[in-house]
Design a protein around this ligand. Structure first.
Ligand SMILES: [Zn+2]
Length: 141
């Protein structure tokens, strides 16, 4: 539910407002339209930046002292690695006699890969509380 709200505020709402402003702007003079377009740009840009900043700000909260935007990266440690496969896309360009690309084809193949598990250590700027997160990453061999 929370995620749906976030999605609505960050994506649907700016698009919706932009569409309304766009339709309103069609009834006014071209000179005034310019301002409406700027307003749309600032509004969507502003909301987007706000969403990004807010996301990182809240995610970075210290679980011990509650300080906002407090966790700082300390180190990353590889704790495990298992063999796996990864889907890779192969793009092929088909050219004509003049060397112009006429079409591109994509083929999906499986390639060997490693699934690495890391422990990520973060430290609170205020109370020095250490938080350990687990991250995984799939890398092609
Ligand atoms: Zn803290």
């Amino acid at each position: 539910m929370k995620n749906i709200m976030k999605f609505f505020i960050k994506i649907i709402l700016p698009i919706f407002i932009s569409i309304i402003l766009y339709y309103l702007s069609r009834q006014i003079s071209p000179d005034e339209q310019k301002y409406v377009y700027w307003a749309i740009l600032f509004l969507t840009g502003g909301l987007f930046i706000f969403g990004v900043v807010q996301g990182s700000f809240f995610l970075n909260r210290c679980s011990k002292c509650g300080e906002w935007n407090a966790m700082e990266f300390v180190s990353k440690e590889l704790v495990g690695s298992i063999r796996t496969n990864k889907v890779k896309e192969l793009k092929k360009e088909i050219k004509n006699a003049q060397g112009e690309i006429v079409r591109t084809t994509t083929k999906q193949i499986m390639v060997p890969a490693l699934k690495n598990t890391y422990k990520v250590y973060e430290k609170c700027k205020k109370c020095a509380n250490i938080k350990v997160k687990t991250e995984t990453e799939i890398v092609e061999i």
